[in-house]
Design a protein around this ligand. Structure first.
Ligand code: FAD
Ligand code: SF4
Length: 461
């Protein structure tokens, strides 16, 4: 064994996986996990922990894998995260815990994410449940949204003995984990549902098909339904568009709509009735995780797919692993390219996209070099489908129907970073609804912080 190198993880062959929706990464088996875990040198002052937004005891859970006691390893993880099988799959470890791992100085960092996934999957297979709350205090807390922020906040409050109800607008709990991230990265029945069931096992009730701001309001929950505190984890699901000509044509989607049809409404599965336009030549505009997911979904539905992104490879905001997988599967990257107009045929359908080549100029306010148009470099890509993946913002429905709830200019709810407290007494918020589109683990961290904030608030009342 070369201790400087990670134990490679098994994956589906790119040619085969490009034609199916099964999970790409197959994970470690016991032997591989123990070999990889033994690369951790159990640092006294572990830098990896400082890189984790929820400060998981990383050497602690890894040590138990080395010992062969995976149940204890899972219990260590469970103290910090109610969704370890999800985080092990989708967290950007390369820019968090693994980036700081001391092993990374001379060789590969320890595969912390793959080990987390291993321990969580093993616990699911062996039906190990999280520890139940010791006693209930009967005080009612409402959580809005069953995404990572809401589920984490609800789980932590239930562990403290609160009577927690989550109100979720969609018919399935999970937020982006069920409607956004595709099956081939995050299996729904085998992973997401099982981890949500662990949260329910703590006593958390989940009411689906309840849109707060329409079906009922936060004011009604607090004044008429007896909820003493509310946590808002409603995410940032409102898509942005470019505002270029042709964007209203048939065949133009937001990535959110395209992915929701495929993931939540199962359009990829022929036994479901949900319609989706698979497209033969598809362009996805954007370079983040969402763009990679939309592109790889369109590829699996049978299309030739282009990623069109106005900056270069180094600036792609998607995880390196996702870009690597997308390339392996045959996605064509048109970098330093910006759309100017979507071309539309006589029937109102997309027929192509007029683009311009870009080059990188001086750094802008984000610190990244600003893309500027190259003169006389217009060109056309022939297409039948365009998927816009330019980011999302919070839906203003809740803020506009709740008295005294302040938002910033981007419609994000203003909340204290440490406690989640908003401008409205008894109302807390966290996750994408506060930060704008971010990551699963940051949303979970905000849910955890707010659970502590709510507990302190209710104890002092
Ligand atoms: C396609 C895609 C891929 C991604 N890939 C990654 C990745 O690989 N790694 C990563 O870390 N992050 C990734 N992200 C980002 C990550 O998923 C989000 O940052 C995270 O899910 C935010 O969690 P949240 O709980 O704040 O919100 P969400 O997950 O958005 O959950 C919010 C929930 O609130 C519900 N809701 C909204 N309004 C109401 C209302 N009025 N009443 C009741 N319920 C309501 C919504 O239906 C939803 O279920 C990805 C995002 C997308 C879209
Ligand atoms: S920094 Fe790396 S080697 Fe050190 S404890 Fe963390 S995972 Fe183990």
């Amino acid at each position: 064994m070369d201790v400087l190198k990670k134990v490679p993880v098994r994956e589906q062959d790119p040619k085969i996986r490009a034609t199916n929706f099964k999970e790409v990464c197959l994970g470690y088996n016991m032997e591989e996990a123990q070999e990889e875990a033994s690369r951790c040198i159990q640092c006294k002052n572990p830098k990896c922990v400082a890189g984790c937004p929820v400060s998981i005891d990383i050497p602690g859970f890894i040590k138990e894998i080395v010992n062969g006691d995976v149940e204890t390893s899972f219990k260590v993880l469970g103290k910090y995260s109610s969704l370890p099988a999800v985080c092990g799959r989708v967290c950007p470890q390369e820019s968090q815990c693994e980036e700081r791992c001391i092993r990374g100085i001379k060789g590969d960092p320890v595969s912390i994410g793959k080990l987390e996934r291993f321990a969580a999957d093993w616990a699911m297979e062996h039906e190990i449940k999280p520890e139940m709350p010791k006693e209930f205090n009967g005080r009612k807390v409402a959580v809005i949204g069953a995404g990572p922020a809401g589920l984490t906040c609800a789980g932590d409050l239930a562990k403290l003995g609160y009577d927690v109800t989550i109100f979720e607008a969609l018919h399935e709990p999970g937020g982006v984990l069920v409607y956004g991230i595709p099956e081939f990265r995050l299996p729904k029945d085998d992973v997401v549902k099982k981890e949500i069931n662990n949260v329910k096992a703590l006593g958390v009730k989940i009411e689906t098909n309840v849109v707060i701001g329409k079906s009922t309001t936060i004011d009604e929950l607090m004044e008429e339904e007896g909820f003493e505190a509310v946590f808002i984890g409603s995410g940032a699901g409102l898509p942005k568009f470019m505002g270029i000509p042709g964007e209203n044509a048939n065949g133009v989607f937001s990535a959110n709509e395209y992915l929701t049809r495929s993931n939540l409404m199962k359009a990829f599965d022929n036994s479901y009735d949900t319609p989706i336009i698979a497209g033969k030549k598809v362009a996805v505009v954007g370079g983040g995780n969402v763009a990679m997911d939309a592109a790889r979904t369109a590829l699996r539905l049978g299309a030739e797919v282009y990623i069109v992104y106005r900056r270069g490879e180094e600036e792609l905001p998607a995880r390196i692993e996702e870009v690597h997988h997308a390339k392996e599967e045959g996605i064509i990257f048109k970098l330093l390219t910006n759309p100017k107009e979507i071309l539309v045929n006589e029937n109102g359908w997309v027929s192509g996209m007029l683009c311009v080549e870009m080059e990188l100029g001086e750094p802008d306010e984000s610190g990244r070099r600003k893309p500027v148009e190259k003169k006389d470099s217009d060109f056309i890509i022939e297409l039948d489908t365009v998927i816009m993946s330019l980011g999302t913002s919070p839906n203003p429905l809740i803020s506009s129907t709740t008295r005294g709830l302040n938002t910033n200019k981007y419609k994000c709810i203003i909340a204290d970073e440490e406690t989640g407290l908003t401008s409205r007494e008894g109302v807390f918020a966290g996750g994408d609804a506060v930060t704008g589109a971010a990551t699963v683990i940051l949303a979970m961290g905000a849910g955890k912080a707010a659970a502590v904030g709510i507990d302190n608030y209710l104890k002092s009342k």
